[in-house]
Design a protein around this ligand. Structure first.
Ligand code: ZN
Length: 296
């Protein structure tokens, strides 16, 4: 009996030791798991949508001097959803929805003719997303062709560079036909950014500050598992030959600042071996799978 009791006491103490060892080992195990988590990239999906079409009837607006005099161009008008395990980001929103079901609309100065085929709620349905499922909304900038149906996303946190937000709250924006203050009126959950911002904290989705086109213009960097690093240009460039010639539109908010951003963008793209997609360029838009298909 005594022997048995002794044995069980030993057995108990072994169990106790094991438990102690287990307790002590726990932080190590957690650290290892964290490391594994960092090494394995989270699944990020990029969905591309058609946010309308712009026919530019006076392309010369997109240059200094008379570079494009007498030329016209067709522009895509994409918007995107980035699905990340930690949340969904809407990047841009396309043209206003009051264009849906209407004849093409030409601006009073005849410079632009715009159309939009479908509403954003219908479009997001293709990937089973409701506006309330969008956690973050960010625009490359606040021009009307990027913010159209933004008010559907009042529950989302609006990620905006501080100078762009300040401009949106000022007087100047109200008299500038490139903006629509009403389009963003319901976005009250504001997170002002002061430069680059890693949206989910793991390097896969980074907003890059590239001011000039507007006071707080920004572009989006994605580090995708299969497609690798990519950059969505916003309106840093509007079409391919704008990029090759480094030509800055005459209506930009700050031309020297745009030129600085262009240099910064090209350096960053080169260093990261990132594929650049110009959001308004029809050939780049054509290359991207459309929702419900995605890039990952
Ligand atoms: Zn713009």
């Amino acid at each position: 009996m005594k022997k048995l009791a002794l044995l069980s006491a030993v057995a108990l103490s072994i169990v106790a030791c094991k438990n102690d060892a287990k307790e002590e080992a726990k932080p190590v195990q957690e650290t290892t798991e964290n490391v594994v988590e960092v090494i394995q990239k989270p699944e990020v999906k990029l969905y591309t949508f058609d946010g309308g079409h712009i026919k530019v009837n006076n392309l010369n607006l997109f240059a200094q001097g008379d570079t494009y005099k007498g030329e016209t161009i067709d522009l895509a008008n994409a918007f995107y959803v980035i699905k990340h395990p930690k949340g969904n980001l809407l990047w841009d929103a396309g043209l206003p929805e009051n264009l849906v079901g209407q004849e093409p609309y030409t601006s009073p100065d005849k410079a632009f003719t715009v159309t939009r085929k479908d509403s954003i709620v219908n479009q997001l349905n293709k990937i089973d997303l409701k506006p309330s499922d969008v956690n973050y909304i960010a625009f490359s900038h606040l021009h009307f062709d990027h913010t159209g149906p933004a008010n559907h996303f009042a529950d989302a946190t609006w990620l905006v560079q501080q100078p762009e937000y300040e401009f949106s709250q000022g007087e100047e924006i109200k008299s500038n036909g490139f903006y629509s203050v009403d389009a963003i009126a319901k976005l009250n959950k504001v997170q002002q950014l002061h430069g680059d911002h890693d949206v989910f904290g793991d390097g896969t989705v980074i907003i890059k500050s590239m001011p000039g086109h507007t006071p707080g213009h920004q572009v989006l960097f994605l580090n995708l598992t299969n497609n690798g690093p990519i950059l969505l240009s916003g309106d840093l460039y509007h079409f391919g030959k704008n990029r090759t010639g480094k030509i800055v539109p005459q209506f930009n908010h700050d031309i020297p600042e745009t030129e600085k951003s262009i240099a910064k963008f090209e350096d960053f793209a080169k260093q990261n071996n990132a594929k650049v997609y110009i959001q308004h360029e029809v050939t780049d838009f054509a290359k991207m799978p459309k929702a419900p298909k995605y890039m990952n």
